[in-house]
Design a binder for this molecule. Structure first.
Ligand SMILES: Cc1cc2nc3c(=O)[nH]c(=O)nc-3n(C[C@H](O)[C@H](O)[C@H](O)COP(=O)(O)OP(=O)(O)OC[C@H]3O[C@@H](n4cnc5c(N)ncnc54)[C@H](O)[C@@H]3O)c2cc1C
Length: 391
């Protein structure tokens, strides 16, 4: 069977790409190594916030939240839990730039002084020199439920889902991709357009398929979170501590996920053994920030690899050599919150439609290399802001 479009990799981004093309009448297949949303997206904490560094990212997250809310209406389900996101910052670091972006995009936010923060969430320890930015419409995406809902709509629209295929590669014919290859013959599919969305595995699949290196090159990071038991109360927002890079995500009355923005580089995406020192730091920072946190009991560790390009901007575009091949990778530690919008934009690109002009910065460009990875995860890190990204 030959499809109009074959999406390789069924993460959240691939599911939104497939759905958009199906809604436009394309015959679409998804070919997935394991099961839908079983890799990075299943480890994601699901934070969706507009408190990001770059204007484009703020727009992508804002539109993604709106897409998810629309999907909730059409599916009659709840996928997004509006909890609010509070970023605690040193007073001097909060600049007018973010407020200007929020005003121009229409993002609802509040600037809170330390007294207001303590009054509203009295378990937080806040210094007099700190301030908070609160975006009450941000929250947490329920990845399990949304991936189930997306699967159902994709199937209802006649999309084909090939799962547990093992590693899939691409077979070129001249300057076009002809079909997918896999150990399972049932997962070999022919198509007009191919969309490679295999996250951290993109370099490996590209090299094995074409014997060439991927460009822009991928860089891998260790991302890990810790589930803890502590009666935090379900009424506190997602908290980013921009001083220590800690994030705190209350899940239920008893449980929370905590993690650290600065992460460690990895040699290979497969080497995700937990970092003890990072976990100790997360727990220390947590105790510094939350009253009663010294009684916290770690109950689970979630660790995985995330990928970046050299200049932090994801790649989302058409391959320069294989003209019917489109790719998305380098979504880094905040790929979930941008996937709904970027997935749809990738579909539009593949269908030859106009795409958001902000997307141009995500395609091929001369890259600037990065030195550390402490700057990427935690939102509103003004030190990470580079004038070259001021588009
Ligand atoms: C611990 C942790 C916490 C995180 N928290 C957040 C958060 O709170 N908010 C946020 O926005 N982001 C978060 N992220 C990041 C987010 O999970 C990723 O950025 C996002 O999932 C990347 O999406 P992706 O589509 O590139 O990759 P994936 O979600 O990994 O999707 C790629 C798919 O391709 C499949 N695949 C791989 N190789 C092949 C192959 N050869 N053939 C066929 N299929 C293949 C995989 O099985 C997978 O299903 C977190 C990540 C981690 C690890």
């Amino acid at each position: 069977m030959k499809y109009d479009a074959v999406v390789i990799g069924g993460g959240l981004l691939g599911l939104f790409t497939a759905l958009e093309m199906l809604r436009r009448g394309y015959r679409v297949a998804i070919a997935e190594k394991e099961t839908l949303c079983s890799s990075s997206c299943s480890r994601s904490t699901g934070i969706m916030t507009r408190q990001l560094v770059l204007r484009a990212d703020i727009i992508f997250a804002d539109r993604s939240i709106k897409i998810v809310r629309e999907l909730e209406k059409s599916h009659g389900k709840i996928y997004f839990k509006k909890k609010g996101v509070l970023t605690i910052n040193s007073r001097g670091r909060v600049v007018n730039r973010l407020e200007a972006i929020y005003r121009s995009i229409g993002v609802n936010y509040k600037l809170l002084d330390p007294y207001e923060i303590r009054n509203i969430w009295n378990i937080l320890k806040v210094r007099d020199s700190e301030v908070g930015i609160y975006t009450e419409d941000d929250g947490i995406l329920d990845i399990g439920s949304i991936s189930y809902g997306l699967r159902k709509e994709i199937e209802d629209l006649g999309g084909s889902i090939y799962e547990t295929c093992g590693d899939i590669y691409l077979k070129p014919d001249g300057n076009r991709v002809e079909k997918t290859i896999s150990v399972k013959s049932s997962c070999e599919v022919y198509g007009e357009i191919f969309i490679l969305n295999v996250g951290v595995n993109t370099s490996q699949v590209y090299m094995k398929s074409f014997g060439e290196r991927l460009s822009p090159q991928q860089i891998f990071l260790l991302c890990q979170s810790l589930a803890i038991e502590l009666g935090l109360g379900d009424d506190i927002p997602v908290i980013y501590d921009n001083v220590s890079h800690l994030y705190i995500v209350p899940e239920t009355f008893k449980r929370a996920i905590i993690g650290d923005g600065p992460c460690e580089f990895l040699e290979s995406p497969d080497n995700v053994s937990p970092s003890r020192s990072l976990l100790d730091k997360v727990l220390d920072d947590f105790i510094d920030r939350v009253k009663g946190a010294d009684s916290a009991r770690p109950i689970a560790l979630i660790s995985g690899s995330c990928d970046l390009t050299q200049d932090h901007l994801p790649f989302l575009g058409r391959d320069s050599r294989y003209r019917n091949l489109f790719l998305a990778y380098g979504l880094s530690t905040y790929g979930t919150m941008r996937s709904p919008y970027l997935g749809i934009q990738l579909a539009r690109l593949a269908m030859g439609d106009n795409v958001d002009p902000e997307i141009r910065v995500l395609s091929l460009r001369s890259t600037r290399s990065i030195e550390g990875c402490g700057e990427i995860h935690t939102p509103i890190m003004y030190s990470a802001y580079s004038p070259s990204h001021n588009f």
